[in-house]
Design a protein. Structure first.
Length: 302
């Protein structure tokens, strides 16, 4: 082990923890309703639990958050580590990004002993024409994600595409073809199935295709797994789904968050609990730009 390297990692994690606390404190000074304070307290408690676990893992060098990986096309070469990197890849629309996304990333990192979680914000989605533009979602999401560096990393890989999360996952692996990697695709457990209600391929089948494509391309340094997160009030198919992939299912967060509810709240002038789900800096930017008020995004389902 490298004690100095461990200390740097622990110091970085503590800085992220402090930054998180400041975000929540800023919101607490704005949101005066007791229910809002209760929600913020719960977010803080949950985040601190995960930070404590992550700090312990980094201090004992079970994880290496200071590792480097290629995040987007055009990135300069990253230093290749001798041991395989355990990297979580979390595709999301971020419409808008909220504390539920952050806590899910922290929870998965702690539970699965990940070196880093990469957030891949989606590009254009023709199924959701009223969704905030990809450029704006990426700008807002990146401003939050980068405050969690080196625990989290932002990838612009999907920005100018209409590709799904699984395809962008494969693209990220191809960018890191020289680095041994244990890659974990992170998704909600409602996608724990081979096909969706319309009979189209869903996460399991799509990831199996990614494995095949990686093998055809000669990228033999990667192993691919999937982590499904249960969600409160969302049912997943019972029983095992036949697949060659390694699958882990993690319990739901103790708090319930909804991008849809947050968008509805942004359409109103009054402050409500749903707005406390947003990082303070993100909410200020949204309010300043009037990004959701009175627009179709508020009613669109994620």
């Amino acid at each position: 082990m490298d004690p100095e390297f461990n200390q740097e990692a622990v110091k970085a994690i503590r800085n992220v923890r402090r930054s998180t606390g400041l975000q929540l404190l800023g919101m607490a000074q704005w949101a005066t309703d007791p229910s809002c304070h209760d929600c913020l307290h719960s977010i803080a408690a949950n985040a601190n639990e995960h930070f404590t676990a992550i700090e312990g893992l980094a201090g004992s060098e079970q994880i290496r958050p200071l590792c480097q990986i290629m995040l987007s096309e055009g990135d300069s070469s990253a230093l290749v580590e001798e041991r395989p990197l355990r990297v979580g890849v979390y595709p999301l629309a971020a419409n808008p990004l909220h504390w539920g996304h952050v806590l899910l990333g922290l929870s998965t990192m702690a539970s699965m002993r990940l070196d880093k979680v990469v957030f891949v914000i989606a590009g254009t989605d023709s199924r959701k024409p009223s969704m905030l533009s990809a450029e704006t979602r990426h700008r807002l999401g990146r401003s939050v994600i980068e405050t969690f560096d080196p625990v989290f990393a932002y990838s612009s890989l999907a920005l100018h595409t209409c590709l799904d999360g699984e395809t962008n996952f494969g693209r990220l692996l191809s960018l890191n073809s020289r680095q041994r990697m244990e890659a974990f695709y992170i998704a909600g457990s409602d996608h724990y199935r081979r096909t969706n209600a319309q009979g189209e391929p869903d996460t399991i089948q799509k990831l199996e295709r990614v494995v095949e494509e990686q093998e055809k391309a000669g990228n033999s340094l990667h192993t691919i797994s999937v982590v499904f997160i249960d969600r409160v009030g969302v049912n997943r198919e019972q029983g095992d789904v036949g697949t060659s992939l390694k699958v882990d299912i993690l319990p739901a967060l103790p708090l319930s968050f909804s991008s849809t509810a947050a968008r509805h709240a942004l359409c109103k002038d009054a402050f409500c609990e749903a707005l406390t789900w947003l990082p303070y800096s993100c909410l200020l930017e949204i309010r300043k730009g009037g990004l959701y008020a009175g627009k179709g995004e508020c009613a669109e389902e994620m």
